[in-house]
Design a protein around this ligand. Structure first.
Ligand SMILES: [Fe+2]
Length: 383
């Protein structure tokens, strides 16, 4: 399967994945459906910018799914419940209900189990989110990425206890509060006026101040919630702090920023850069990857970035790539030992002619590099 922009979608193309509109939990269109002109118009109307299709060129290309469908569904509905709870409680002065807090913990545990099962796969986050569903999908993607980083960071570099001593024990027990913090990291955005949060143009100074208040608004919202640990609260409060002290709300730097917040910062920025523009996902994923990697020691904890670059795929399966010898193809597989050098299925030669697909493994072809991610996949034959 591969991802195409709505404008490129043709009548007769077959959807490879369910398509969700807004924050809905039931798909608008199911995988396997052949797209008609009217379906395409409906997708455009609800703000879907790209979809996954199966075609002859991408047959057999299957991005590794970190989370089961059941986990995703449960997580999304738990996050949605939490959002509803908070919206209600802002009017009544209450807080997250006990049931929602319990759900958050159960969901975090379920995500951790799924991630642990796929611990040897390169991480390719390439789900689609529409603008309406952004916060929901973003919370889930940041949680998946943040927990995947956190698990490896704590196993590799340990964690600092209250006496600043590095420890390597108890990692598993720390993952649940990390997950809960990641699920709720942007909960304070519910207290930011939506017309500011979703404003299309540049923000004024006052509007920026309102947006930048969301970590502390989140802490306020959670103040009365029982069962949210200080570790989870550290993520909510400090995920916009930066390694060099240029972040907010407290302007902390280095290891004064809680390790969980340093993990969340990298996951949050990568996901924000790569979400909601799937037809450019190839370019966006590698741009997001490069951004995080080059900002090590500036915005992000170098230890976190070391782990990040070892297992996050800058070119996820289904991505279009142009090679240095002029051949073009789709990424077929990414091996965790060489995340920047995937296996590519060549579909076009340097003259632009369609070829019988063949594969090249860049991890064993040092003479070839990826030099671009933009080319038009030729007219396809439906699979
Ligand atoms: Fe945030």
């Amino acid at each position: 399967m591969r991802c195409v922009a709505i404008e490129e979608l043709k009548a007769g193309d077959r959807l490879a994945r369910d398509v969700y509109a807004g924050g809905e939990l039931v798909p608008l269109l199911r995988a396997g459906v052949r797209v008609s002109d009217s379906y395409r118009s409906s997708l455009q109307r609800v703000g879907i910018t790209a979809v996954w299709i199966d075609d002859a060129f991408s047959e057999g290309i299957e991005p590794v799914e970190m989370l089961d469908e059941a986990t995703k569904h449960r997580a999304k509905s738990a996050i949605q419940d939490a959002f509803h709870d908070v919206t209600r409680s802002m009017k009544t002065g209450g807080s997250l209900s006990e049931r929602v807090v319990e759900d958050m913990h159960a969901v975090a545990e379920q995500i951790i189990r799924d991630i642990a099962r796929n611990v040897h796969s390169a991480l390719a986050l390439n789900d689609l989110a529409t603008a309406d569903a952004y916060t929901l999908a973003h919370s889930l993607d940041v949680t998946t990425l943040g927990l995947s980083i956190g698990m490896r960071v704590m196993r590799t570099f340990g964690w600092l206890d209250a006496l600043d001593k590095r420890r390597y024990d108890d990692v598993e027990n720390r993952l649940v509060p990390l997950g809960v913090g990641l699920l709720l990291h942007d909960i304070g955005k519910l207290a930011v006026p939506p017309e500011i949060l979703h404003k299309a143009g540049p923000l004024t100074g006052d509007e920026w101040t309102a947006v930048r208040a969301h970590p502390m608004l989140g802490i306020d919202i959670l103040k009365k919630a029982d069962g949210i640990s200080p570790l989870a609260r550290a993520v909510v409060r400090s995920h916009h702090e930066r390694w060099n002290g240029s972040g907010y709300p407290d302007g902390k730097s280095g290891t004064d920023i809680h390790q969980f917040a340093r993990i969340a910062a990298a996951a949050d920025v990568f996901d924000a850069l790569t979400s909601d523009r799937c037809y450019r996902a190839a370019r966006a994923a590698c741009e997001g990857y490069d951004f995080v990697v080059t900002r090590a020691g500036i915005d992000f904890d170098p230890e976190v970035v070391d782990i990040f670059k070892s297992f996050v795929a800058p070119y996820p399966p289904g991505t279009r790539v142009v090679l240095s010898d002029g051949h073009c193809g789709l990424v077929k597989d990414v091996c965790q030992d060489a995340v920047t050098r995937p296996v590519v299925r060549i579909v076009m030669d340097p003259s632009g002619a369609v070829v019988d697909p063949w594969e090249v493994d860049l991890s064993t072809s040092p003479e070839l590099d990826i030099v671009g991610t933009e080319f038009s996949v030729p007219e396809r034959t439906a699979a």
